[in-house]
Design a protein around this ligand. Structure first.
Ligand SMILES: [Fe+2]
Ligand SMILES: [Fe+2]
Length: 319
């Protein structure tokens, strides 16, 4: 597979598992196209044209010939210059790396992280929250995330990869959509009745099971083992990063009993507890690993060798 084909496979898998459905994605892309067509020539020159075909602004090919055929990938949850140097070192050890893949956004994909957060609205709407409220609670947070990532030296690992001439891309929301869909389906099938039962059934998923030994497995952040789960929403798995703490009061109004998330801020945990919303933290890196695994299984099937690094817990569902 070429770099372009690998990236395209990631995007399509992300769309297949997107809470907004393929229709929602088509709507988003046509909105972008309309926006672009109405811009002045000066603004058009500044516009990132990837937005016309790629619905995930937090995922991109950052460097490398898109037509290059890939045989071996170094893939990690976070890619920094250290991992780029690791790729170079692997070449010396007789394992040349054709492509580096990061899960967490780097480069422009990090600067545009806030643009995918609207997915969170859709997840909450699916759980019964009115659209205006789900959207309203998120709005201020979008601008805040955009400001939070602004000062980061977001291009650093890409600069290193360029100097060493190693292609690099990152795939964020497409993988997070996969873990959202996987855990959502899993919980719907298992029908846990208490918070303790949620923890127990999550621990049966291989990546979470491995994470227990790393002291990073599923834990309760709000509520107790015996607490009734009520309606469960897997709302903290996809959509960029953590949402607004204001959402918990509204969750309690619209019949949501328990949230399952990768991670939440302390302020959010306090709000959840105040409004009697149970919170199960499935584990950040283990959850990100599940999302990646569901994509990487397809890459391995296509004959690409995978070297996991930087926290990535590789588990194949094909073997
Ligand atoms: Fe993620
Ligand atoms: Fe993450």
């Amino acid at each position: 597979m070429t770099i372009q084909e690998i990236f395209e496979l990631c995007i399509q898998t992300g769309i297949d598992n997107d809470p907004r459905g393929r229709q929602g994605i088509e709507k988003l892309l046509s909105k972008n196209k309309k926006e672009y067509s109405e811009l002045t020539a000066k603004k058009k020159a500044e516009y990132d044209k990837d937005r016309l075909t790629n619905p995930y602004s937090d995922s991109a090919i950052h460097f490398g010939d898109p037509n290059k055929v890939i045989k071996r990938i170094l893939i990690g949850i976070d890619i920094d210059s250290a991992e780029v140097l690791l790729a170079k070192e692997l070449e010396r050890m007789g394992k040349p790396i054709d492509l580096i893949v990061s899960h967490h956004p780097i480069g422009k994909a990090l600067a545009l992280l806030h643009e995918v957060m609207d997915i969170q609205t859709e997840v909450l709407v699916k759980a019964g929250m009115p659209e205006n409220i789900a959207e309203g609670t998120l709005q201020e947070r979008l601008a805040q995330v955009s400001r939070d990532v602004a000062p980061i030296n977001h291009y650093q690992p890409i600069d290193t990869a360029k100097i060493l001439n190693i292609p690099i891309l990152n795939v964020h929301t497409p993988a997070d959509n996969c873990v959202w869909h996987f855990v959502d389906q899993y919980i719907q099938d298992k029908k846990p009745q208490t918070v303790g039962e949620i923890i127990d059934c999550l621990k049966e998923i291989p990546e979470y099971n491995k994470a227990i030994k790393l002291q990073a497995g599923p834990v309760i952040f709000s509520g107790e083992e015996k607490s009734r789960a009520g309606k469960i929403v897997v709302s903290g798995m996809t959509g960029g990063t953590g949402g607004s703490e204001k959402v918990y009061e509204r969750m309690s109004h619209y019949g949501i009993g328990t949230e399952i998330a990768m991670h939440i801020a302390e302020k959010s945990r306090e709000e959840a507890a105040k409004h009697y919303i149970n919170v199960v933290i499935a584990g950040h890196i283990a959850s990100d690993s599940i999302g990646l695994n569901l994509i990487v299984d397809k890459l391995e099937k296509a004959g690409i060798e995978i070297i996991p690094c930087s926290g990535y817990i590789r588990h194949s569902r094909e073997k």
